[in-house]
Design a protein around this ligand. Sequence first.
Ligand SMILES: [Zn+2]
Ligand SMILES: [Zn+2]
Length: 330
Amino acid sequence: MSLLRHDLYIEPIKAFIDPRFPVERALITHAHGDHARGGHGSVLATPETIGIMKLRYGAESAKSWQEIEYGKPLKIGDVTVTYYPAGHILGSAQILLEIKHQRIVVSGDYKRFPDAMIAAFEPVPCDIFVTEATFGLPVFQHPDPMLEIAKLIKSMERFPEQSHLVAAYALGKAQRVIGLARQAGYDKPIYMHGSLVNMCAYYQSRGIDLGDLRKATGLAKDELKGALVIAPPSAMKEVWSRRLTDPIHAMASGWMTVKQRVRQRGIELPLVISDHADWNELTQTIKDTGAGEIWVTHGREDALVYWCEQNGLKAAPLHLQGRDDEEDES
Ligand SMILES: [Zn+2]
Ligand SMILES: [Zn+2]
């Protein structure tokens, strides 16, 4: 019996990590939709991940919930399970599995770049490291997010009559953009599409200061003149967004380095702000764990597998179903 199968099934304790289908026992790394689903028997996750899952899917979406704090080992049968911060979104975790003399870390999604709002990624020494590869090509090199947010602030100063409409995914990215703007000294109210209200309120309930947030829906046209408005990408084409006074369309995403995506979405002000590791962060993290074997999932597996092999590491792509980047909040 192996500790962990390639489909992230933990055989000795009959549990899955981030399963796409309802199971008896699920260990969840974080609350993004491609990792956290409703319908499980029991869910083990950080308090914040459970809080967000309940908010999104309802308190009845699992039969039982068990909270686990970062760094506190939990013994389940013969396996010791410990969650460590992944630095991706609020509550995100890497999961360490230990049995006898084997240590496996499943990282979920992660980033290494400092993010003042959430706990920072900690490299965890292990034998097998399971890594994401959303930006797993050498061409992906994310810039400093403060420089990106400075572009937004500068544009708002230059065009004070126009509103700036920033597309950002509802969980994680929207709050990060708001937090970065505050860090850069922007202290005016920030307006939100209605679908972001609950998630921002949840972040604030966990002690994250996002400043003065207001609902953009239902306001008169004039009130949004010169305003900073955040909306999920799916809402950009909605009627209410056309009600803004000649808005400048921006988007915050790791994909904004790809010119074709910028054009397709009609983005005038691309902001390369990512919650995923770029190529250098991925390869540095693999080195930091000291793992001799790397399993690669979630994105561009092949280039990273090749890099591992070139560097003398055993590596395998996992080809998990349904981990697509469009749905995830990159
Ligand atoms: Zn994610
Ligand atoms: Zn993901």
